[in-house]
Design a binder for this molecule. Structure first.
Ligand SMILES: Cc1cc2nc3c(=O)[nH]c(=O)nc-3n(C[C@H](O)[C@H](O)[C@H](O)COP(=O)(O)OP(=O)(O)OC[C@H]3O[C@@H](n4cnc5c(N)ncnc54)[C@H](O)[C@@H]3O)c2cc1C
Length: 324
């Protein structure tokens, strides 16, 4: 990495460009090397002008609040773009919600509830921001972003502004089709009107259910692997008929499996956890070991839901055996 040389190739901005910015403290798992350059744009115009003027061979990686990523120990080459102030406004009108891509999912859910808009309760306990929620089609308890999505504004790698409608999003289970876009604003529509107190009560219920089942206070990145059955057909998070990643992990004996400071949570076996002092290589290596053991046991190759970003450190190979 030669961050200073890269900095000279980049255009002037109104936001902030930081060379060799530590990324571990902006992700939930608290691991990973630096971003060669971290760019925090002032607003969408600043971001569009930056992308238009940045040489096309410079890799660009958007990141939200880092609740669904492992940043690898060798850091991220090129420019990491993190949206902050200037992208977190939330407004409502009728059943419509307009949210900047840096607005937290929980804030969007609470704002909708205060405005008497029902149908966004599921977002209350998802710890990400709206850009990541759209990219990942965030969902919980049988509801997904796809169910409430109207359109999103985004900026292409070459700085063009585009607006995407549902068919262009190609939403799938914990995924969406577009790549190389940076979402800047999202428009959502609730499912109906209700009393704010009733919506708040439903959100509290979901929060309690989540706290009982998931290690919500630990350093995790949410579900590590996608459920092989994909979308839940019944909407019940604990329906035994669904092919659940956690059930396959349990059957392969991987609940509590460790490697360095990484552990498959005892509370929820699909939550990869930094129990203290884990490296990204510990976490990713443990995840790969779980995939191998699940495939050997049940024939199913689990697919990562956590996005792995950046490059491994040269002295921390990811495929050594995990310890039981
Ligand atoms: C305790 C815990 C519980 C969780 N529970 C759930 C759950 O119930 N349901 C669920 O769906 N997820 C859950 N997650 C995962 C995570 O919160 C969601 O995937 C969330 O939507 C990710 O948002 P983020 O801002 O953290 O994105 P990040 O983790 O920062 O990024 C995720 C992906 O989105 C991309 N991205 C981020 N911002 C943008 C943008 N502006 N434009 C384009 N791409 C972007 C990144 O490049 C990356 O590929 C949980 C995580 C934790 C830690």
């Amino acid at each position: 990495m030669n961050a200073e040389a890269l900095l000279e190739k980049l255009p002037e901005v109104r936001g902030r460009l930081t060379p060799m910015a530590p990324m571990a403290n902006v992700t939930w798992l608290r691991v990973g090397g630096p971003a060669e350059i971290l760019f925090m744009p002032a607003d969408a115009d600043d971001l569009a002008a930056f992308l238009a003027a940045t040489p096309e061979d410079v890799p660009v990686t958007p990141i939200g609040v880092g609740s669904n990523v492992i940043i690898r120990d060798g850091g991220v080459e090129g420019v990491v773009i993190r949206l902050g102030r200037g992208f977190n406004e939330i407004t409502t009108e009728g059943l419509d919600i307009r949210a900047g891509a840096a607005a937290l999912d929980s804030k969007v859910a609470q704002t909708a509830a205060q405005a008497g808009i029902a149908g966004l309760e599921f977002l209350r306990g998802v710890p990400g921001a709206m850009g990541g929620a759209v990219r990942m089609n965030a969902g919980a308890y049988g509801r997904y972003i796809a169910d409430i999505f109207v359109e999103a504004d985004a900026i292409t790698r070459d700085g063009r502004r585009v607006t995407l409608t549902p068919p262009e999003m190609g939403f799938a289970y914990r995924d969406s089709a577009p790549r190389d876009l940076i979402y800047t604003e999202v428009r959502l529509r609730g499912g109906g009107a209700d009393a704010p107190e009733a919506i708040a009560a439903r959100m509290e219920e979901l929060m309690d259910k989540r706290a009982a089942a998931q290690p919500v206070k630990d350093r995790t990145a949410g579900s590590t692997f996608r459920n092989p059955a994909g979308y839940s057909s019944t909407g019940a998070a604990d329906d035994p008929m669904e092919l659940k990643a956690w059930a396959l992990i349990d059957k392969a004996g991987c609940r509590g499996l460790t490697r360095g400071g990484a552990i498959m949570s005892e509370k929820h076996s699909n939550f990869l956890t930094n129990a203290g002092g884990a490296t990204a290589a510990d976490l990713e290596g443990l995840g790969e070991e779980v995939r191998r053991r699940v495939q050997a046991h049940s024939g199913v190759m689990l697919e990562w839901e956590i996005q792995r970003i950046g490059k491994p450190s040269s002295d921390t190979p990811v495929d050594e055996a995990a310890e039981s």
